[in-house]
Ligand binder design. Structure first.
Ligand SMILES: [Zn+2]
Ligand SMILES: [Zn+2]
Length: 157
């Protein structure tokens, strides 16, 4: 796996079809309609997403795209460092843009996925590093917990 551009994140909010195509070229990646469609879908969604939902979004840009093509496309984009994956609970791993919202929380009850402000978890990572020397990478696994809706359901009435 190529490790170019690892430290350089993407400003997802500034992306358009043209910048998506430019990013593909900058990463030495041929510009194809499925690749642009998958990138556009990731930009539109703005948070890590599973491949099935990503396919539905990508079909708005490329109506004939199949899930198998999305999988292959995501693998190519990951190899050149444009996308990354996040493990969320026991479900399928999620696809995200490298440098996007890096940390997500997943609800163990309903599976809802939400971006977590990185400042909050940076502080945790910093404390762990200072007390144990471990440099923990929080972005690879989603933080597991209970979402506001489900915790409301659990509250004693
Ligand atoms: Zn929930
Ligand atoms: Zn992994």
């Amino acid at each position: 796996m190529m490790r170019r551009e690892d430290s350089r994140g993407f400003d997802a909010s500034a992306w358009t079809v043209t910048t998506a195509a430019g990013a593909l070229r900058a990463h030495g990646c041929r510009v194809t309609r499925p690749r642009v469609a998958v990138l556009q879908a990731l930009l539109e969604h703005g948070a890590p997403i599973d491949a099935t939902a990503l396919t539905v979004l990508a079909q708005r840009y490329e109506p004939t795209i199949h899930e198998a093509t999305v999988y292959r496309t995501v693998n190519v984009l990951a190899e050149v460092g444009i996308t990354t994956h996040v493990h969320a609970g026991h479900g399928p791993s999620l696809v995200g843009l490298r440098g996007g919202s890096d940390v997500v929380a997943v609800c163990r009850d309903c599976g809802a996925i939400e971006a977590v402000p990185t400042a909050a978890v940076d502080d945790l990572a910093d404390r762990v590093r200072r007390s144990t020397g471990y440099v923990i990478e929080l972005g690879h696994f989603a933080l597991e917990g209970v979402c506001p809706d489900c915790s409301r359901d659990e509250a004693p009435s």
